[in-house]
Design a protein around this ligand. Structure first.
Ligand SMILES: Nc1ncnc2c1ncn2[C@@H]1O[C@H](COP(=O)(O)OP(=O)(O)OP(=O)(O)O)[C@@H](O)[C@H]1O
Ligand SMILES: [Mg+2]
Length: 289
């Protein structure tokens, strides 16, 4: 019996194909192993990302929470100083104390915004819907902004919300959205008017808009406005404070209320920001977290 098969022998062809098959299998096996290793690596990285994002949220919430107590003390002590409970202040000292209290109030607002953001990211913000009348919300907002617009060159107009049904939603979150729209509009409108109105959209949604005759926003910047920390460079901006968190909080609050935000603006003419939400907030599984 010869060891080697004749090349024309079909068994030789089969043997060759078998070897080829084995080599291919080994290669496939190796590729499989590689893919599995990559999957495992991706899993680890996804887990690390989740942990990092968790840590960031926790850090934000601890930090902002811890800042509130000392800020509260600073504010109450500046209150005592301004009221001159421990003796009179000179005019200059009054001015200095006013600066301290203004700065701490701004810092408190910033810390509150950060805390809200951290709570949203950690999925820990609570939505508490209740029935309420738009008229009450508008008059609360009007009262809040009255001292700011008094004597300024801007009229703040709340259009009567006629024909609106009662809403079932979280009025505090809705108020927070509108408050930021109005305070932005007032910040960026040197003269003219800021108009707040509410109207039905379809039969089950309501749209609130805040329209101003201010400096407006260039078209190419519209897309990034609702992202965290985005502020637009302008001479007016340089004189104003703020963190650039307001609009991104508005967007997230609107989503929590089952709605969405949007805007139109023309540079030099004015802007209009709106939020559209359902008249009745649908609660999933009855649990509103
Ligand atoms: N009505 C408006 N007219 C012109 N520019 C606006 C208007 N509203 C918002 N902007 C621009 O969008 C930026 C982001 O607004 P946002 O409310 O997020 O931050 P902010 O008002 O600067 O700070 P914060 O609200 O955190 O105190 C503003 O800094 C401003 O550049
Ligand atoms: Mg703002």
């Amino acid at each position: 019996m010869p060891d080697r098969l004749h090349p024309d022998d079909p068994r030789a062809e089969i043997a060759r194909l078998q070897t080829e098959n084995q080599a291919l299998r080994a290669e496939l096996e190796e590729t499989n192993q590689g893919v599995l290793a990559l999957y495992a690596e991706l899993d680890v990285q996804a887990e690390q990302l989740r942990e990092a994002s968790d840590l960031k949220s926790r850090f934000l919430s601890y930090m902002s929470h811890e800042f509130r107590t000392p800020l509260g003390s600073i504010l109450s002590i500046t209150g005592l100083l301004t009221d001159e409970l421990d003796g009179p202040l000179s005019a200059e000292q009054h001015k200095q104390v006013a600066f301290i209290s203004m700065a701490s109030r701004e810092l408190t607002d910033m810390v509150d915004d950060l805390l809200d953001l951290a709570k949203i990211e950690a999925g820990r913000i609570t939505i508490s819907p209740a029935w309420f009348d738009m008229l009450d919300l508008f008059s609360a907002l009007r009262g809040m902004f009255r001292p700011i617009v008094e004597g300024s060159a801007v009229d703040l107009i709340f259009e009567e919300p006629t024909g609106l049904p009662k809403l079932y939603t979280d009025d505090k979150k809705l108020a927070q959205i509108l408050r930021n729209f109005v305070s932005n509009a007032l910040k960026f409108t040197p003269r003219g008017e800021v108009r707040v109105c509410a109207r039905m959209e379809g039969h089950d949604r309501v749209r609130f808009s805040v329209t101003d005759t201010g400096i407006g926003i260039a078209q190419d910047l519209h897309a990034v406005l609702f992202e965290d920390f985005n502020q637009i460079d302008s001479p007016l901006q340089k004189r104003l404070r703020g963190t650039g968190l307001g609009l991104s909080l508005c967007k997230r609050f609107a989503e929590l209320l089952g709605g969405e935000v949007g805007m139109q603006s023309t540079a030099g003419v004015g802007s209009s920001f709106h939020v559209t939400i359902p008249v009745t907030l649908a609660q999933e599984g009855g649990d509103a977290h």
